[in-house]
Design a protein around this ligand. Sequence first.
Ligand code: ELE
Length: 297
Amino acid sequence: MQKIIVPVITPFDTSGKVDTEKLKKHVSNLLEKGVDAIFLAGTTGLGPMLSFREKKEMLDALCGVTQKIIFQIGELNLENVLTLAKEAKDYSIIGVASYPPYYFPNLPERWVLSYYEKIYAAYEHPIYVYNYPLATGFNVTPSVLKQLGENVVKGIKNTMNDLAQSLEYKYLLPKLEVYTGSDTLIVSSFASALDGVVSGAGNYVPHLLVKIRELLKEHKTQDALKVQSLVTKLTQLSKKYGSLSANYVLTEELMGYDVGVPREPIFYLDEQQRFSLKSEIRELIRENELAQSALFR
Ligand code: ELE
């Protein structure tokens, strides 16, 4: 079955420390709602703002809850990345992932290939690639992935609206797991040859993602599209307020418990913004009957 993977938000306390208790609670709730796996320290989890020691601390905390974890270890200090890759070998998690080296423009392809080959050598198992060209500045194209090959790469999460690129990965490397990282392509991912989704919206509406998958299985395409449309609207709402911060408010409102705050300079929404975002969420849900039944079943 195609997978629903959630790039979990990282709960911080107001002093900026990771709150592992809130993280554990949130992850066990997500799994209970039918989520298949957790993507740890991704974009939604503010991965680039975490030290490699904090990432390890989060892995340690979560391992008591689940082993269904893809652990994002990428950063620009390769020594730290390789240390985490070696340490991750001691855990029976799904695997490690990394975005390519970022920020520096025009990196030659061969450097990116060497980066992933080094992680593979340290981890000694095939790894996951996180492709998010808008954020990293580098597109891990199907041809780059093909050069790495199926021995080195186990899967890719592609955060691009270009579904054709995701399909091309799958065509060139049939054994590869291919996930889309886009909240607006959940229906298309499940309805195509891909292996599932890594969806930030899964933090606040995991039940709607499960619902979409169920509806498609029953060939209720129109209903699935209706739920997708609501998920898309919620993510648009999140973007309007600054999604990296608004995700915490959406999760609190729709999951019904406190998930802490982001870490500055991703600033927590002020009281007025939180109030207005929550009102907009409620209005959206009120307007959508199908969503109501899926949300509150
Ligand atoms: C998506 C990002 C992208 C989810 C992660 C994810 O957070 O690690 O706003 O769609 O560009 O890659 O959330 O966000 P948008 O996998």
